[in-house]
Design a protein around this ligand. Structure first.
Ligand SMILES: [Zn+2]
Ligand SMILES: [Zn+2]
Length: 824
């Protein structure tokens, strides 16, 4: 046995032993409280760096800690294996997406293994496996039965660079989530999920997610974007046409001085009859077409074109000009707005650029507004003016009154608007779950019967194209109609890979079920996930989609809960030299190279030590070297003293009353308490610092050899340190544990406890004198600094009584003993 700490020797040894023992297999222990710990499963891209390792390390720590705390833990892992990057990689390497994907999965499994993560691999889920995606298809059919999946032609987001349709969530801010390039709109017939049916539930239930980061909840709420307002129509003078608008500020309707349509609005062509103007409209549209929505929203609202017709404000009958302008977007609301320059900043800017009137209808208390001198719109509260019968009302009350008035006149109606749109789920790609639909000339859309699932991707296609090759796969496309038996064509669209990740966490609860995607019993036993860990970038993608899916499954009575993830943690990014790690920057640190040099335990402990886990942190070579020194010190303090270790320390430790023994015991109990509290509040970095202090104290204590009553105190410290290290450096902890004579894994041991009395600092009595006479006594922690003692002494009411009316000339402090105040 080597006496040096050698991670290259002990890590593979314990990984093999744990696997042989089946140590990480989930035990079904209904008597214990369950704890489901999950990291967002990775996309098998084949290039994991230490930044990714961060959330897997946090997850493994949380899982191991909860096992030791007596929980029945489920901690699985799998791969989100479908998706476009596999196609790109396959084309580049002249291979098949499946071959490339499984190769990457194999590589990543090995990496997880080398990291020592305690996943239950018996429950692994690989989403491109037909045994998994058959249930994806089954669930699609359930959505279809419930009217939650439908096919329709609509403008969709299209990324020209990726040659890919995108859901709204994948095209946030008009940018492709994958390549960051601009997104255009195209009319295409596609499959959609009716997520809008769930808008209210998804929004209202955010309140229950108290243990989610506030940021994520706000992002989801904004994305769903519920707004209450009034929808009404403005007549166009001399025309049968009407302009429909939606406003959340109906209290400002008397202040409308113009109306704007998005340049692409379908009404525009009907409102423009003059050829000269038509040419100008076309030219303006061409100018706008090259801008992204983001640019249109970000620019100052200036550009626009006045049409030759006017709209009638239904509140006061006044005609107002109609413009087209790019600051109004077709995809938002009705694609038309009532413009109120006095009370909306963008309208204010536009009115100034075009010399349009500003009409104040809400007067703030105490500071009357003059349109001639206003420098910006007044968007706050106030009292109605220039608003007919509503003058004098607070604008908040006018909101309701004016809405009722318009409704009574049949001009408008109150409604709730959502920003959320239905979810575009079909993709014209090969590497995804085939949508289980057949098109028949006679029967139309025919679902594939459940008994015919899975519809398997043809595996033997020569993979060369960047677009989907499925439409060319005749053996796949040509089939018989499941309804009438006539020749028919299969759907060649596949599902967006987000669908597979909407329910994979349920499959882990029952991964080998061949009758159902999962049994309700298993799902209700293990879920919701108690701790979910992953990136903030999924806030309105995976996390929103999964919440939607879970609600549908609840409505289908397949599960008994509506929220999939009780607690969510989003880790901070790990940077290298202040920048995100990326291949193009050439600053990627791979886990294998770090493990080769320092070992997995050092890598893990360093990642946990580098900063609080929610914060960004910079990877430094010097940092991991410091961690290695700590692990070496822990090794020497425990393994190096294994021959003096006494397993029976519990019987005699209470009798050890000497100062050195008490001091070491105090450090041990303080460390157990600190590490426990720090893990509970997710301060893993300070937990590591606490263990460093204990290792240092042990090193000091054993400097001259450990004898007599110190043996028990030292043995207690050895055992505690090995146990505390277990979630951080699992291999080292296991090796130390074995060297302390244990035959059962440290990872099956109970988390250590501490005695509260022993965590308290030692107190000393300090005597307080005034002019040499004893006036008070103070009990303070040993080692209290001079300044603090001086302050405490002068604050004492007994001292004050004797110093009253005199001036303090000098204060003499002897730490831990005495304070003498010279006054006169
Ligand atoms: Zn793109
Ligand atoms: Zn048919």
């Amino acid at each position: 046995m080597s006496d040096q700490y050698d991670p290259q020797q002990i890590e593979p040894k314990w990984q093999a032993a744990w696997e042989k023992q089946g140590l990480h297999r989930t035990r079904e222990e209904p008597g214990r409280p369950k704890f489901y710990c999950l990291e967002m499963f990775p996309y098998p891209s084949g290039d994991v760096h230490v930044g990714h390792v961060r959330n897997y390390t946090i997850g493994d720590l949380v899982a191991r800690y909860h096992r030791m705390r007596g929980f029945n833990v489920l901690y699985p892992m799998g791969f989100d294996a479908f998706g476009q990057p596999a196609e790109g990689a396959a084309v580049k390497r002249n291979t098949h997406p499946a071959a490339w994907t499984y190769e990457c999965i194999e590589r990543m499994r090995k990496q997880f293994h080398r990291l020592g993560n305690s996943y239950d691999w018996d429950r692994e889920v690989v989403t491109c496996d037909p045994e998994y995606y058959r249930w994806n298809q089954w669930l699609f059919l359930k959505f279809l039965e419930r009217g939650l999946a439908y096919r329709a032609k609509a403008p969709v987001n299209w990324c020209p660079a990726c040659e890919f349709v995108l859901s709204d969530e994948e095209a946030q801010g008009g940018k492709c989530w994958r390549c960051d390039g601009p997104v255009t709109k195209e009319d295409r017939e596609q499959w959609w999920f009716k997520i809008t049916d769930y808008a209210d539930r998804l929004l209202d239930d955010l309140e229950q997610l108290a243990e989610w980061p506030e940021r994520v909840r706000v992002m989801q709420a904004n994305w769903i974007g519920r707004s209450e307002g009034v929808e009404f129509e403005l007549e166009v003078s001399g025309s049968e046409e009407k302009i429909r608008v939606f406003t959340t500020r109906i209290d400002t309707i008397f202040g409308v001085t113009y109306v704007v349509l998005a340049p692409e609005h379908e009404l525009v062509d009907r409102l423009v009859t003059d050829d000269g103007l038509r040419r100008k409209v076309e030219a303006y549209r061409a100018e706008v077409a090259v801008k992204t929505n983001v640019e249109r929203m970000a620019e100052e609202a200036k550009g626009g074109l006045r049409l030759a017709v006017e709209a009638i404000n239904p509140a006061n009958g006044q005609p107002v000009p109609i413009f087209i302008a790019d600051y109004v977007l077709l995809g938002y609301g009705t694609g038309a707005i009532m413009a109120v320059p006095a009370h909306d900043q963008r309208d204010f800017e536009f009115a100034h650029a075009h010399g349009l009137p500003v009409r104040v209808v809400i007067q703030p208390q105490g500071e009357p507004l003059d349109p001639a001198t206003m420098e910006s719109a007044h968007v706050g509260e106030g009292v109605q003016v220039n608003s007919g019968e509503f003058d004098g009302l607070p604008n908040t009350a006018a909101q309701t009154k004016i809405a009722e008035w318009l409704e009574a006149r049949g001009v408008g109606r109150r409604r709730i608007n959502y920003r959320l749109r239905d979810w575009l789920v079909s993709r014209q790609r090969y590497w995804g779950t085939p949508i289980p639909i057949v098109y028949c000339d006679k029967c139309g859309i025919a679902p594939v019967p459940e008994s015919d699932l899975p519809v398997v991707l043809p595996p033997d296609l020569p993979y060369t194209a960047t677009g989907s090759i499925l439409p060319q796969a005749e053996s796949f496309v040509n089939t018989a109609c499941p309804k009438c038996g006539a020749p028919a064509r299969r759907e060649t669209d596949t599902m967006a890979q987000w669908i597979e990740s909407c329910w994979y966490f349920l499959r882990y609860a029952d991964p080998h079920n061949e009758e159902m995607p999962f049994s309700r019993e298993a799902a209700d036993r293990w879920l919701p996930v108690d701790q979910y860990i992953g990136g903030i970038e999924h806030a309105v993608l995976h996390l929103l989609y999964s919440r939607f899916f879970t609600r549908v499954l609840y409505d289908l009575r397949l599960i008994g809960f509506e929220e999939p993830f009780s607690r969510l943690f989003t880790q901070g990014m790990l940077l290298k030299d202040g920048a995100t790690m990326s291949k193009s920057r050439g600053n990627v640190v791979g886990p294998d190279e770090v493990i080769d040099e320092f070992g997995a335990d050092a890598l893990r402990t360093y990642i946990l030590f580098i900063s609080p886990p929610e914060q960004e942190a910079d990877w430094r070579q010097g940092g991991i070297e410091g961690i290695c020194r700590f692990l070496n010190r822990a090794w020497r303090a425990v393994a190096g003293q294994a021959d003096i270790f006494n397993r029976e320390w519990r019987g005699s430790v209470a009798e050890a009353q000497g100062a050195a023994a008490i001091s070491l015991r105090r450090k041990t109990h303080q460390t157990v308490s600190r590490v426990t509290h720090d893990i509970d509040r997710w301060h893993f970095n300070t937990a590591v610092s606490a263990m460093m202090e204990l290792a240092n104290a042990m090193t000091e204590a054993n400097a001259g050899g450990v004898r007599g009553e110190m043996v028990a105190a030292y043995s207690e410290a050895c055992e505690s340190l090995a146990l505390l290290l277990a979630p951080f450096a699992p291999h080292l902890a296991e090796e130390l544990w074995e060297r302390l004579g244990n035959t059962v894994s440290v990872h099956l041991a109970e988390w250590p406890r501490w005695e509260e009395a022993l965590t308290r600092e030692e107190e000393v009595t300090v005597v307080i004198q005034v002019n040499g006479k004893l006036r008070d006594r103070l009990n303070v922690v040993r080692g209290t600094p001079r300044e603090e003692l001086r302050r405490l002494a002068l604050d004492s009411s007994r001292v004050k009584a004797h110093v009253e009316g005199k001036s303090v000339r000098n204060v003499v402090v002897v730490p831990d003993r005495l304070v003498n105040i010279v006054a006169g």
